[in-house]
Write a protein that binds this ligand. Structure first.
Ligand code: V47
Ligand code: SF4
Length: 375
């Protein structure tokens, strides 16, 4: 360890303890040179300052209404061509069935995201949200990523805020953070050349925030990107959050290579997964929450992540397909008891939240929403 290294760590530690923002240079140093335990200790300090000992989860269910997609992202194993045997499209009856299942499971949230179908018109995307709302007036609909909003704007030739408003009018409650991948334009071109570019992703989230929707943000890591691209990505998110304050959670997403166009690449290691959680917590000083998405990390790493900067595990999930098509070996869902056990074993206190981070008060499968749960 050189004197310069020790001095830099001391300076960064002082800044973190004083609640000061880290620069991109400091982020790069942390990403490239600092050991996992130092990174984790710093991130855990921030995590406990922001969220105390709480670890959040929600009771949710996924709905991927179609896997047919006009795009061919190289990292995606979920998509299908129109005429593939595995191609599917949900209709009204199937949506109602999924909502009935959600209600029986006591889910407070339905997470809706899918492919961009070659033949489906704007109305179908609106109908999916409407059908959910008709079947359940209470469930929170977190749906359609910026990539879908961009596609809908393209096919209707209407601006983003018009598209978003139509969806809000039929029941959309918030947006997931997918489609961000890596913002760096050169890397993005290698991963997903034709879909919504970085500026569009940012503009759509800005628009959503202006319309009162809370959204999440993701970063896909562990493929061809380098530390410089990750820090640039986090910095672009931090800049938009300074402007709008509309992001709730940051979710680092580990690349799963099986059945993708990047199958030759190794899966990110547990070491890297924990580093990305910690780095996100340290750089995104204006985000309240960092999510360790257990489906993607595996239950074991997600549990450890609760001590490395994460304060949220996502939810019970049920019916996850995007990661399972790409080789995830986690279960497709967990029970509330299993999540409680994971959290308690990690020394944290489980708190069931709704999508907007308010406490969920339960009476069996019936629930009501309480106060925000920030410590
Ligand atoms: O945009 C696709 C990623 C995202 C692979 O907001 C892959 O609460 C790894 O965004 N390996 C969709 N990642 C999932 C997503 C998400 C998940 C959970 C919670 C929330 C939230 C959002 O999944 C895509 C893409 O970045 N993805 N294929 C793959 N093979
Ligand atoms: Fe289509 Fe989304 Fe897969 Fe890209 S990641 S190919 S946009 S389903």
């Amino acid at each position: 360890m050189t004197a310069d290294y020790t001095t830099r760590i001391r300076e960064i530690t002082d800044k973190v303890h004083a609640g000061e923002r880290l620069s991109c240079d400091e982020g790069l140093f942390l990403d490239k040179e600092v050991d996992l335990l130092t990174l984790g200790q710093l991130a855990n300090f921030v995590r406990e300052k922001k969220n105390g000992n709480y670890a959040y989860y929600n009771t949710n269910i996924h709905l991927n209404p179609t896997n047919v997609c006009v795009y061919r992202c190289r990292f995606c194993a979920f998509r299908s061509d129109l005429k593939d045997d595995k191609a599917y499209v949900f209709d009204e009856k199937m949506v109602h069935e999924r909502v009935r299942e959600a209600r029986e499971a006591g889910a407070t949230e339905i997470h809706v995201v899918g492919g961009l179908h070659h033949k489906k018109k704007f109305d179908w995307y609106v109908d999916i949200i409407r059908w959910i709302r008709e079947a359940d007036p209470n469930i929170h609909i977190k749906g359609w990523t910026a990539v879908e909003i961009n596609w809908l704007s393209h096919i209707t030739k209407k601006p983003y805020d018009w598209v978003l408003q139509q969806l809000i009018d039929v029941g959309l409650g918030s947006m997931p953070g997918g489609g961000a991948e890596i913002f760096d334009e050169t890397i993005r071109r290698q991963l997903c050349e034709h879909k919504a570019d970085s500026q569009r992703w940012i503009d759509i989230h800005r628009n959503a925030h202006q319309l009162g929707l809370r959204t999440n943000a993701t970063m896909l890591y562990g493929h061809v990107e380098q530390a410089e691209h990750r820090i640039d990505h986090l910095n672009r998110l931090r800049t938009l959050q300074d402007e709008t304050g509309g992001f709730q959670t940051f979710i680092p997403l580990a690349f799963h290579p099986d059945n993708t166009g990047l199958e030759h690449l190794p899966k990110p290691t547990g070491q890297m997964d924990l580093r990305m959680i910690a780095l996100g917590r340290l750089m995104l000083d204006n985000f309240d929450h960092i999510k360790a998405y257990w489906i993607m990390l595996g239950e074991e790493t997600a549990q450890v992540a609760l001590g490395f900067g994460a304060d949220d595990l996502d939810g019970t999930v049920v019916h996850e397909t995007i990661y399972h098509d790409a080789g995830a070996t986690t279960p497709q869902g967990l029970t509330v008891d299993q999540i409680h056990h994971m959290i308690r074993e990690a020394g944290r206190e489980p708190v069931e939240r709704d999508t907007l981070y308010r406490k969920v008060i339960r009476d069996g499968h019936r629930w009501t929403i309480g106060e925000p749960v920030l410590a």
